[in-house]
Design a protein around this ligand. Structure first.
Ligand code: C2E
Ligand code: MG
Ligand code: MG
Length: 653
């Protein structure tokens, strides 16, 4: 465009000059000839004048030609100089660009390569050299096959072929083995190099090393998996936990309706006692061994879950007819006939198992669990070490017990429970010799009888906390009343066997004595005859220690536990409390009279005193007094009364 404009301008100027020269020449010839005609008519002179005129014309035009040529050459020269200058600038700029590009390519952390269509490297930057361990000068002019290990060269060639075939561009992840023996993960961007007229003249490739990013990603994935594992597994046994169970049950009941399964709810019998007697570490080892036993006894794909404490759940999918289940569970019960051996201590443990079936018993995950739980409690009530299938009659009773247990838990932490006191009277003097502390649980629906909630507290492990409350409260009140001179005698406190054999019981007694300032001589601990028979040796030993601390000890409900008389000889006992069942109708029932007389004689013989419980009438009192009973506790004298009422009573006496 520029060139065309310049050409047309030059043409115009040259044309103007030529026309001017033509006109000037014609004008000169014409007028100079006319002037010569005026000057002379002499032909010789005219000839001479015309020669001079010719010289003059040539002189002028030569001068003009000189000026013209000079100007043109001058212009050309300066144009040439300008051109040379421009060329130099372009050269400098080009070389600057080149070195910029070079430093850009070489300072890039990515591997950048360019190949010709013959697949030989034209550019192999520093990054490429660092990743591969191949020097740039070794790579230039070579193909991938000549530099890289065969599998890497194969990847490179395959991508290049695909690029050329599809005339395309690619960007994806690739794992590549380098000649230096290292394997990296690359993000590969590859494309074709084109001329202006769209013909391919090369291939470029940019390889970004994303190995550490990938490692980091993997680390995050691993970490997530680890957290996920921890959230779904029990750290002690490695078994899936309650969360796993709930999720699996939800999937099975919501999405796999036509796959029946059986749910076994397993609770170890007496595990708390083992834990209390041998310590938690020992208990933990039992749980691990039991988990292993379950894994050995059930098929590999069976879901075995530890839901917490000593509770396990098994989800069995194959052979869930009653007969097959019985065979399996009998095998488990049989396996438990062998003791667990830990630190050379042999421990026998049994399990109570409840079974619910999906979808027969329920198609709802939570209900199935609840029903297996209910069936497990039925197995416990049947004497433990057995299994029980869920049936409809079960739920109501078990649900009530479960609700009661959770309400009791709340009541304990809210301190809603309190102690009542029932005086014990010497029938001869009519004097109060002490009082029994009896636990009371008032609710909006009325008093819950201890005979109902104490066994539940024992069953659900709440008795330790509950017992601690009773001891503290009893010690506190005994201290207050004795120190005020109001109570002449002892406060009797009931202690359950589970509480007594708890490993911290003796320590707890010492701490509470210290905390309340109570003297053990002001306290009598009552333990039922039946609970002594649960763990005789252990309890005899413990009672010995308790007695040596200065507490008095009595056997509660005596006569109902069928204890052997030889035990009685060994027990460090001060008092026998004759059970209410022998006092009832004692005036009319000769057999009861004989039993009561025998117990009183036995106690005297062993150097113990006696208390008759549940005396309601004057006849009963008179009869017992004549039999020689030392003390009477019953409605005949007083019903159990609140802390305040008992305080008033002893203040008045
Ligand atoms: P227990 O230790 O044999 O207590 C005597 C029970 O006989 C008390 O029942 C008392 O209210 C009741 N009783 C007393 N005199 C009469 C009477 O003349 N007639 C009748 N019909 N009953 C009478 P209570 O308070 O319902 O306690 C029941 C059982 O609950 C207690 O029997 C004891 O084994 C247990 N218990 C109560 N408080 C505690 C406690 O703090 N810890 C433990 N481990 N057990 C407790
Ligand atoms: Mg009692
Ligand atoms: Mg009793």
């Amino acid at each position: 465009m520029d060139k065309k404009i310049r050409t047309s301008k030059s043409f115009k100027s040259a044309f103007q000059i030529s026309v001017a020269y033509l006109l000037f020449g014609m004008f000169w010839i014409y007028f100079s000839d006319m002037c010569i005609g005026f000057l002379t008519k002499d032909s010789d002179k005219i000839l001479i004048l015309q020669t001079y005129k010719g010289f003059f014309f040539i002189g002028v035009t030569a001068f003009l030609l000189y000026l013209l040529s000079y100007r043109t050459l001058q212009e050309r020269h300066s144009e040439y100089l300008k051109y040379v200058n421009d060329q130099q600038i372009v050269q400098i700029q080009l070389s600057q660009q080149n070195s910029l590009l070079n430093s850009l390519i070489n300072s890039s952390p990515d591997a950048i390569v360019i190949k010709g269509l013959d697949r030989r490297y034209i550019i192999f930057n520093k990054g490429a050299s660092e990743f591969s361990g191949v020097e740039t000068y070794d790579a230039l002019g070579k193909t991938a096959d000549e530099i890289f290990p065969p599998q890497t060269a194969h990847i490179i060639n395959t991508i290049d072929n695909a690029l050329i075939e599809n005339n395309s561009f690619i960007a994806h992840e690739e794992i590549m083995l380098m000649p230096n023996g290292k394997t990296y993960v690359y993000w590969v961007t590859k494309g074709l190099l084109m001329t202006e007229d769209n013909s391919i003249f090369g291939i470029y490739g940019i390889y970004r090393n994303i190995t550490s990013m990938k490692d980091h990603e993997q680390l995050i994935v691993d970490e997530k998996e680890r957290y996920d594992y921890m959230a779904h597994h029990d750290p002690l046994t490695g078994l899936p936990n309650r969360l796993s169970l709930i999720e699996t049950l939800r999937i099975k009941t919501e999405h796999m309706e036509d796959h029946p399964f059986a749910l076994f709810f397993i609770d170890l019998d007496g595990f708390k006692e083992i834990n209390d007697s041998y310590g938690h570490r020992f208990g933990d080892q039992i749980l691990v061994l039991f988990a292993k036993l379950l894994q050995d006894l059930f098929p590999k794909n069976t879901l075995i879950i530890r839901t917490g404490g000593d509770e396990f759940v098994i989800l069995l999918e194959s052979k869930i007819d009653q007969h097959s289940i019985q065979i399996r569970l009998n095998r488990l019960i049989q396996a438990l006939n062998d003791p667990f051996n830990i630190d050379q201590i042999e421990v026998y443990i049994t399990a109570s198992i409840g079974i619910s079936l999906y979808p027969v018993d329920s198609s709802n995950a939570e209900e199935l669990l609840q029903k297996a739980d209910a069936a497990m409690y039925k197995a416990k009530n049947q004497g433990r070490n057995t299994y029980s299938f869920y049936n409809d009659g079960l739920t109501q009773e078990v649900l009530e017990r479960t609700t009661l247990a959770s309400n009791l838990k709340k009541a304990i932490s809210n301190r809603d429970l309190s102690l009542y006191y029932q005086p014990q009277i010497n029938p001869i003097s009519g004097m109060m010799v002490g009082a029994e502390a009896l636990l009371r649980w008032p609710t909006p629906e009325g008093m819950v009888p201890p005979s109902l909630f104490i066994p539940i507290a024992e069953e659900r492990g709440l008795i330790i906390e509950l017992g601690a409350f009773v001891l503290e409260e009893g010690f506190k009140m005994a201290t207050e009343w004795v120190q005020n001179g109001m109570l002449k005698g002892r406060i009797a406190i009931n202690v359950s066997a589970k509480q007594l054999i708890h490993q911290n019981f003796l320590l707890q007694l010492d701490e509470l004595l210290h905390k309340t300032g109570c003297n053990p001589a002001w306290i009598e601990l009552e333990i039922t005859e039946s609970s002594i028979l649960e763990y005789p040796e252990k309890i005899i030993a413990l009672l010995g220690v308790i007695k040596s601390k200065g507490f008095k000890i009595s056997i509660d409900d005596f006569g109902t536990g069928y204890s052997s008389l030889s035990y009685l000889k060994h027990l460090p006992i001060d008092k026998l409390k004759i059970d209410i069942s022998f006092i009832r109708d004692i005036t009319m029932e000769p057999k009861n009279q004989t039993i009561v007389k025998t117990i009183i004689a036995l106690a005297k013989g062993l150097g113990m005193t006696t208390v008759a419980e549940g005396v309601e009438s004057v006849e009963e009192m008179v009869f017992l007094r004549e039999c020689g009973v030392d003390c009477i506790q019953g409605f005949y004298y007083y019903k159990p009364m609140s802390n305040e009422s008992f305080g008033h009573l002893i203040r008045e006496i």
